[in-house]
Ligand binder design. Structure first.
Ligand SMILES: Nc1ncnc2c1ncn2[C@@H]1O[C@H](COP(=O)(O)OP(=O)(O)O)[C@@H](O)[C@H]1O
Ligand SMILES: [Mg+2]
Length: 499
């Protein structure tokens, strides 16, 4: 089925999330919608799926204008959508989930469980999904759960399938499997809208690419375009993607973690007997699929979580039970995963944010007296050095774009006299033009002889920065390998296999 979006405009108050967007997806085509975080991709797809009503514009299927009042109408017309967060019920079987997903208005409105089972098996066999209709969803790996979502859409006869950032939660192998499934579906005539911000994936699987920026279409591109060209289209200026990195000059052990265990909110071991060492002048990356204990490990390292056993040493200093304040005072720089929660105070100015946690000593204060002149001078210098795009140092942090907010956090943390840097998802939500800049700063910290720990679910980031890579799976480190390890090896480890 051919999908056409004509002049779609969607406003949220004064914000124009979609600005007269035109998009044509031909029958049997894999069409990539490429754009930075916040470009308006999900909004556009929510309009297509009937979740939002467009303020202007039309949706056409095979040349006929559609009026979707809700997802039921969109599904009935042949649109299927797999959201970033799955909508499955974990304690139900695959077949039960497929039945449940059916809107009464859909073509299979009266589907019973036996039919659903048969249908799941049919679709699974036809496209090589390898899904057992009677398996409990909660027992399936994430990649398989995603295939169940796709089966759900196909069981309802979806002719246009929208996949919104489907690879964010997958290992490289699962990503490859998904791509081959996408190719199979396209070959059978399904039209696919594939949303991602990962250039490698677009280049690998797309037939055509539409790039959007700030809610508007920038242009079309072919997958054969270079990553630099695609990145420049996404951010609207020239982008250099390469990070230059010399061999590490390793020093003494800067951080040692021994048999660390952290118990989570549900009394489970979210970090389970983890041990590793990081030398001065090296980057150790903690890789893994999201949700395997990396966040909790980072939080334990900086004193935000109390370990139930094991030890953490910064050089000779035992910081296992130190408070956040003590950890910071010991010279640990921390770039948190969620900058709006842990990194910045939105209602503070940039200058105030730069001074956070340091307002009690030089260079920002003499005794109880804040040295505003010094603070302002340092802030201005950081804004310049880190290329923070802001009207002034007095601008509120919440007014900055995500990438610029992250630069403020990175500038503040790296400008201190550090004994250790911990960077958790340091470029999440950052535009591709700023990623390389932040990466270079992290490498410079390592080259200045500091131990660095990077926690990242982006394998490209891990391989660009790391000297050694520790892979986490279900709270454990399954192995620590050299950064030269192949994507295949790392992918297998991310699924739990030992190195
Ligand atoms: N329900 C909403 N209410 C207000 N603003 C929204 C809503 N949904 C998205 N936005 C805003 O619209 C813009 C586009 O968001 P989104 O479509 O989610 O981008 P993308 O999927 O490309 O990352 C962003 O600035 C976002 O903050
Ligand atoms: Mg989105």
């Amino acid at each position: 089925m051919k999908l056409e979006l004509r002049g779609i405009t969607k406003r949220f108050g004064s914000l124009v999330a979609n600005d007269h967007i035109d998009l044509v997806v031909n029958s049997g085509e894999i069409h990539s919608l490429l754009g930075e975080n916040g470009a308006g991709k999900s909004t556009l797809m929510n309009v297509l799926y009937g979740l939002y009503q467009a303020d202007e514009g039309e949706i056409l299927l095979d040349g006929t204008v559609q009026h979707f009042k809700g997802p039921g109408d969109a599904m009935a017309a042949g649109i299927g959508m797999v959201h970033q967060h799955f909508m499955l019920i974990p304690v139900f079987t695959v077949a039960e989930n497929v039945v449940l997903g059916n809107e009464p208005t859909g073509p299979l409105g009266t589907l019973n469980l036996d039919e659903a089972r048969k249908r799941v098996r049919e679709i699974s066999d036809r496209f090589g999904f390898d899904i057992d209709p009677d398996a409990l969803v909660e027992d399936l790996p994430v990649g398989a759960q995603q295939r169940v979502e796709i089966i759900k859409a196909l069981a309802r006869d979806a002719k246009v399938l929208v996949l919104d950032e489907p690879t964010a939660v997958l290992t490289p192998q699962e990503t490859d499997e998904l791509m081959s499934i996408m190719r199979g579906l396209a070959k059978s005539g399904t039209s696919i809208v594939f949303i991602t911000h990962k250039l490698r994936e677009v280049q690998a699987v797309a037939d055509r690419i539409t790039v959007i920026r700030l809610g508007a279409v920038v242009g079309e591109a072919k997958p054969s375009e270079s990553a630099e060209t695609l990145a420049s289209m996404m951010v609207g200026r020239a982008v250099d993607l390469a990070v230059t990195k010399h061999k590490p000059k390793k020093g003494n052990i800067g951080l040692s973690v021994t048999n660390l265990t952290v118990v989570g909110d549900r009394h489970n071991k979210v970090v389970d007997d983890v041990s590793f060492e990081v030398h001065a002048g090296e980057v150790l990356a903690i890789a893994g699929v999201q949700g395997n204990g990396q966040t909790e490990l980072a939080e334990a390292l900086v004193g935000l979580r109390i370990p139930s056993s094991g030890t953490i040493h910064l050089g000779e200093l035992d910081i296992t039970h130190s408070s956040v304040r003590e950890v910071i005072d010991a010279g640990v720089g921390y770039i948190p995963e969620d900058r709006s929660k842990d990194g910045l105070v939105g209602d503070f100015t940039i200058a105030e944010n730069v001074m956070i946690n340091r307002s009690y000593g030089p260079p920002f204060a003499n005794g109880l007296q804040v040295d505003f002149a010094s603070r302002d001078r340092i802030t201005d210098q950081l804004i310049k050095d880190y290329d923070v795009r802001t009207p002034s140092r007095e601008t509120l942090a919440k007014k900055l774009s995500g990438g610029n907010q992250q630069k403020v956090v990175v500038a503040r943390e790296l400008s201190r006299d550090l004994n250790l840097l911990i960077a958790s998802q340091p470029t999440r939500g950052v535009d591709v033009g700023s990623i390389e800049f932040i990466h270079e700063r992290i490498v410079a910290t390592r080259d200045a002889g500091k131990p660095v720990v990077i926690i990242s679910t982006e394998l490209d980031e891990v391989t660009a920065l790391a000297d050694r890579i520790a892979v986490m799976f279900r709270g454990r480190i399954v192995g620590i390998v050299d950064a030269t390890a192949s994507r295949e090896t790392l992918g297998r480890m991310m699924a739990g296999a030992t190195a």
